[in-house]
Design a protein around this ligand. Structure first.
Ligand code: DMJ
Length: 673
């Protein structure tokens, strides 16, 4: 450390000064006794020895430094102060969770109480969103969208025009009553979202997403706009005639109830978010806050309510950061837990969420295999978010148990499992369709969700795909379409459910995650088949089930349809797989195929007064026989996958960061440890 600055004497007329910082020099000069008087005298003597020019330069330098000091103090002070406040605030909003070990640290900001600290952070005030003219989508880079919309439509020629600029005035009026948080969720003043309870964990975004918020949003194109239009039309029907009920009956302008839990509304929440439908989202959010009550004496199906309600609430929580959805997810998750109280721990199919009792269907003590093995993504994520292990423990136990079971055929599982014995029943029938389908899907997706570490899941998945190749794959005539049939006690059947069309997407996802390139080849062949299930039919819409021709016959197509199978329920599986295929290959034909399908939905299933309907006869374009029902998955899945398929933005639900549950609700992939 230098104790003093000495200004060396220099001959007159030299236009520079030398400054030597050397304590030793002073000591070496002798007579140093460090007294205050000596120091003062010595300084003064040295000052006097300086030329006038040297003195002026020194005085000027001091003045200059003083001015700089004052300026930098005033400009640094404020940000420094607010930074300090912010870090304190961060500490307050990130509760410790005892006993919870998370794979990756929280990197997303905590859900903010909308009105908290607006004064401290003027840039977060609802009137001044950070980037007003842009539409942003995707978690973390998800949809950070201002409450008013400016949807830029990218035309075929690449130019942009603004197609919508709704309701600023209306919006401003609303801000009086409600507050819009910086992530876009509306929080009612009378029930503003409290920070999550100490048990609830801040959502984490996958580690690789940091900094993405800075990216320029990709403009919406015409096909995406057509999806938004379709969604709005469907939503209008639901809102006008079925608001808060499970499903719209668009022709009779009424509704049907399954669980009485607003199924369509919950299933559609994250779709609205992804499509950027703020107004609709806010209205639905209000219904969830005020009307969604799970304390009801009602039997619900464990699988259906897990994938649609629990999955829908969890993904909406991730997208919106609004802890209302996590609270609701916790509530329904807890109420579904009695299903696991069985002798084998393989859950019952039905739960009374008000009474806390569970039971199998009336006619059997079996559950279906797909149902008990396709609830894992949701319960595992609920454990991660709440810090309560019981959810994950219950569902992991089922997977471990199924892993060890005998009765599989080269990795293919039977369709039923007994809740008392825990054994497969109805052995010998193997399908990738109804009752088994999502078992295969969830093997791969759990492995991905967990950071690709759970080897048993991967092992079972790989074995099963080999089983599919060995026992279920065939080619049709005349077009040589590769399809997945069924096996019943050694007999092959050329029957394929539309449900099986999830498989190309799942295979492509596996290949994208490093599994063998063979899987991608098979995915390409199968998605062609699924498309042909639409293209070869009179309405251009697939029936529920097809039978493929194994032998060429004059005048026969590959696809045959039985009268009992010719209905279409607005199902998503083909569009879902088209989405994966386009994401991973960039081949525009997949977008074109999806576009055809959307147009045919519009032609044959759209109800003029609002909503879309499932139909009874895909073979009769002049009368497709509307069934008067819009399934919740049309909004939860079909239109969401359409919108994603038409997007060229890989960050719009980035598949390296999110994994879709079987009802198209995106959940985060846990980062590797
Ligand atoms: C959805 O509820 C889910 O995709 C499920 O896995 C299968 N059936 C419907 C859609 O077809």
């Amino acid at each position: 450390m230098y104790s003093a600055a000495t200004v060396a004497a220099s001959p007159p007329r030299r236009d520079f000064i030398s400054v030597t910082l050397s304590p030793e020099e002073a000591v070496g000069a002798g007579g140093y006794n460090n007294s205050k008087a000596w120091r003062r005298r010595s300084c003064w003597r040295k000052w006097k020895q300086l030329s006038r020019l040297q003195r002026s330069i020194i005085l000027f330098l001091f003045a200059f430094l003083a001015v700089c000091g004052v300026i930098s103090y005033t400009s640094m002070g404020e940000p420094w102060k607010s930074l300090t406040n912010k870090s304190l605030d961060d500490e307050r909003t990130e509760p410790e969770i005892p006993g919870l070990k998370l794979a990756n640290p929280a990197v997303l900001p905590a859900p903010q109480k909308a009105d908290a600290h607006l004064g401290d952070y003027p840039e977060l005030s609802p009137q001044k969103p950070p980037k007003p003219p842009h539409v942003r989508r995707g978690p973390s880079n998800l949809q950070i969208k201002p409450p008013w919309r400016d949807v830029r439509l990218k035309t075929q020629h690449g130019t942009s025009r603004i197609v919508e600029e709704p309701v600023q005035a209306d919006k401003e009026e609303k801000t009086e009553k409600s507050v819009i948080s910086w992530r876009g969720a509306v929080i009612e003043p009378d029930q503003s979202t409290e920070p999550p309870s100490s048990k609830i964990k801040e959502p984490e975004k996958p580690s690789s997403v940091e900094g993405e918020d800075q990216k320029e949003p990709v403009p919406i194109n015409e096909r995406q706009m057509a999806v938004i239009e379709a969604f709005r039309h469907a939503w209008k029907g639901y809102k006008d005639f079925a608001w808060g009920h499970d499903e719209l009956k668009p022709l009779s302008k009424s509704y049907s109830e399954w669980f009485g839990l607003g199924l369509t509304l919950i299933d559609a929440l994250d779709t609205m978010w992804i499509l950027g439908l703020k107004e609709e989202f806010e209205e639905a959010r209000k219904w969830v806050a005020n009307n969604l009550v799970f304390d009801k004496n009602v039997d619900v199906n464990l699988f259906e309510s897990t994938i649609r309600i629990l999955g829908g609430l969890l993904s909406t929580y991730h997208l919106s950061r609004d802890s209302l959805f996590l609270e609701k997810a916790k509530d329904i998750g807890n109420r579904l837990m009695p299903a696991f109280k069985t002798p084998s721990k393989v859950p019952y199919s039905d739960v009374n969420i008000g009474r806390g009792t569970a039971h199998p269907p009336r006619w059997t003590s079996d559950s279906t295999v797909a149902e008990v093995t396709s609830i894992q993504l949701e319960f595992r994520e609920l454990s991660r978010l709440t810090g309560d292990e019981k959810f994950q423990k219950a569902v992991d136990e089922v997977m471990k148990h199924v892993h060890t079971l005998s009765g599989k055929n080269d990795g293919l599982v039977p369709m039923f499992i007994n809740t008392n014995s825990g054994q497969f029943t109805h052995l010998g029938v193997y399908t990738l369709g109804a009752r088994a389908d999502s078992y295969y899907e969830y093997l791969l997706k759990q492995w991905i969700q967990g950071g690709k570490k759970e080897n048993e899941l991967l092992e079972d998945y790989m074995k099963a795909i080999e089983g599919v190749k060995k026992h279920l794959l065939q080619r049709s005539q005349p077009k040589q379409l590769t399809f997945v049939g069924e096996l019943a006690h050694g007999h092959f059947s050329a029957k394929m459910d539309h449900l099986v069309c999830f498989l190309p997407g799942t295979l492509a996802l596996g290949a994208h995650n490093g599994l063998t390139a063979d899987h991608m080849k098979l995915a390409e062949a199968l998605i062609e088949t699924c498309y042909q299930m639409y293209a070869q039919v009179e309405t251009g819409l697939s029936p529920e089930i097809v039978h493929f021709n194994l032998h060429a016959q004059k005048g026969h197509k590959d696809v045959e349809i039985k009268p009992a199978d010719r209905h279409n329920l607005l199902r998503p599986e083909t569009v879902e797989s088209l989405f994966y295929m386009y994401r991973f290959t960039g081949d525009k034909k997949y977008q074109d195929w999806g576009w055809e399908i959307l147009q045919n939905f519009n032609k044959y299933t759209r109800v003029p007064t609002g909503g879309y309907t499932s139909i009874n006869n895909v073979q009769n374009p002049s009368n497709p026989e509307p069934r008067d029902k819009m399934e919740s998955f049309f909004l939860g899945e079909t239109l969401k996958y359409m919108f994603l398929l038409f997007s060229d933005d890989i960050d719009l639900i980035n598949l390296d960061k999110y994994v879709f549950n079987t009802e198209a609700h995106p959940l985060p992939i846990w980062a590797p440890a």
